[in-house]
Design a protein around this ligand. Structure first.
Ligand SMILES: Cc1cc2nc3c(=O)[nH]c(=O)nc-3n(C[C@H](O)[C@H](O)[C@H](O)COP(=O)(O)O)c2cc1C
Length: 352
């Protein structure tokens, strides 16, 4: 094909894409309802899980309740910040847990504030350890995840999202296997074994239709010489599929801080996984509408835009300007600044 003909095709494709995007944005696909297993969502704008370091001593605070309550909307889905399943060292200070009765009691108030607004609330459950686990530690971890899921339900959460992104849970065994016995064909089973055992235990405890799994298929946690990331991701998606969990929540390498690699598409995982797909990573309103309209994902999770815009679904609906986020207050123990003091549109109007 000559250069000119190629350019023409490319231009036509661009035209088709932009027509579709325009239609998607006119119709605001993000604002359509969606049946997520047992949950009826009235829009597809999900609050992404974000560590914020405001839970002094690992216990949710009144400010935590205020923060999530501000971001809850009728029929909206919120995924809470990661809550530790057991006491363990974390690189972050003041992250919450969900293993003690004090924490469960404190979460109850937070969940109530979200439910009072008619929203659905999932707890992201997490173990901060990254290194490979011994057989005994692995057993204990599975039991702790199971207990955390039980606690989350006790606190009133509608379900849990297991944090398997960024090298947590997936990939541990890769290192151990390589060290002990060298590379073998069981590499994918080994890499996913802890994660899948945990998912199975949590699903047995609270029901698979209340379980989500977060996964970043292109995170650089695997040694690419040892294991192909795409193959590993598809293996995991298919295995999760067999466990019938509610959703898979992907983190794409699209955020503005990362170089977007066009080869890193969500498609193979979307095709492999039969449940609902949530995706996150630098989406704007327009891109979210286009992604839903094209079937790339069922729901879009927003992180930075949601933390800085408590009324994000409303703003998207009105195509209103957005508050800018302040990176300097992402992780801080200040319970107000950069946490609960981002104004809603209504508050801005009252001020002016
Ligand atoms: C302050 C901050 C903390 C985050 N902490 C977590 C976390 O603890 N667990 C997690 O799965 N993702 C975490 N993320 C990633 C977000 O869930 C989301 O995937 C990411 O911000 C991309 O979405 P965005 O471009 O809409 O912000 C965090 C993001 C931010 C901005």
């Amino acid at each position: 094909m000559g250069v000119e003909a190629w350019m023409l095709v490319e231009d036509q494709e661009k035209q088709v894409v932009s027509d579709l995007d325009e239609k998607a944005n006119k119709q605001q696909a993000l604002l359509t309802s969606y049946q997520l297993g047992p949950f009826r969502l009235s829009h597809r704008i999900v609050h992404a899980p974000m560590t914020r370091c405001r839970c002094t001593g690992g216990v949710p605070q009144p400010a935590t309740k205020l923060y999530y309550g501000q971001r809850a909307s009728p029929g909206g889905l919120l995924v809470g910040e990661p809550a530790q399943v057991m006491p363990s060292e974390s690189e972050y200070q003041d992250v919450p847990g969900i293993f003690s009765s004090e924490q469960v009691e404190a979460w109850k108030a937070v969940v109530k504030a979200v439910h009072d607004k008619g929203a659905i609330f999932f707890c992201q459950i997490w173990h901060s350890g990254r290194t490979s686990l011994s057989e005994t530690e692995s057993r204990i971890l599975v039991q702790n995840f199971r207990a955390a899921a039980r606690n989350a339900r006790l606190a009133g959460f509608d379900g849990v999202e297991i944090h398997g992104a960024h090298g947590y849970l997936v990939g541990h065994e890769l290192v151990r296997e390589r060290d002990d016995t060298g590379i073998d064909t069981r590499i994918q089973q080994n890499a996913c074994r802890d994660a899948l055992e945990i998912v199975q235990a949590v699903a047995d405890e609270i029901g698979a239709d209340r379980v989500g799994f977060r996964f970043s298929p292109y995170t650089e946690y695997t040694d690419s010489e040892v294991c192909d990331q795409l193959e590993l991701g598809v293996y995991l998606a298919e295995a999760l599929n067999k466990l019938n969990i509610l959703y898979c929540h992907f983190i794409e390498s699209r955020s503005s801080t990362m170089e977007h690699d066009k080869n890193q598409t969500l498609e193979p995982f979307r095709n492999a996984f039969k449940g609902a797909v949530i995706t996150a990573g630098g989406y704007t309103r327009e891109e979210g509408n286009a992604a839903i309209a094209s079937g790339r994902a069922d729901l879009i999770a927003y992180g930075r835009l949601f933390l800085s815009n408590p009324d994000l679904p409303k703003r998207f609906e009105l195509k209103a300007p957005l508050n800018k986020y302040d990176r300097g207050t992402f992780y801080s123990n200040n319970k107000i600044k950069g946490y609960t003091d981002y104004p809603t549109l209504e508050e801005l109007e009252l001020k002016s």
